[in-house]
Design a protein. Sequence first.
Length: 254
Amino acid sequence: LSRLFLYIYFMSIDLKRTRYLPKNLRKMNTTFNYDKTSFWGETFSKLFDRYGDPFWWPGSDAWEVAVGAILTQNTSWTNVEKALKNLRESGIVSANKLLDIDSTKLARLIRPSGYFNQKAKKLVSLAEWWLKNVDFENSVSFSDEELREELLNIWGIGPETADSISLYAFGKANFVVDAYTMRIRSRVSGSEKKPAYADVQAEVHAQLPHNPLLFNYLHGLIVVLAKEHCLARNPKCLDCALSDSCKYFHVGIQ
Ligand code: SF4
């Protein structure tokens, strides 16, 4: 009977599943002031006009967002969802609970996300850090830069994961650069050079206000565009929100 109850409970959570928005972003003004003539200003303006709030990142709380940011390394979100579902159904829904189970069981639960032994080790490192630094309201006492450094010092966390956790779990203004960002930037600007992660992040930070809600939306909007139009092969350029200014579309530069 208790198993049936748990199943019904977690199914109802799944049905209500939405994105998690950190507390400091919930009441922020969504009217943004920025220079729409810069590359990222124009990109944000066109995507926000087309899609509005992209409703990203999926997750029920800060901890689940952070776990998802590790599980999504080198795999698709569909596989992450399966691993998260296994964790939820086993009641592993907090840093405390995660440290209560042995690593073999943890690896088995997150198997659908791939690289499961390594990812289990990373989750344990994250959980140990979490218990020392995150309070019961899911807040941390670090500045944007300090939190990024803290996360980068955790074993197995690189810039993209650190920025994802920092922005989407804690509402810090550190923009997330991912493969979609690189692809869209390169196609729209017509630049064949692959810039470094830090350079693209610095470009976004320089061209847009240091606003965590705007960065939250922009990354989500890039994900939406990459999934709906700017596919790796055969992008659907007709009716893309960026086609007016996209070099790839106009002159075929990739
Ligand atoms: S116009 Fe085509 S290549 Fe350019 S951003 Fe849109 S989908 Fe991508």
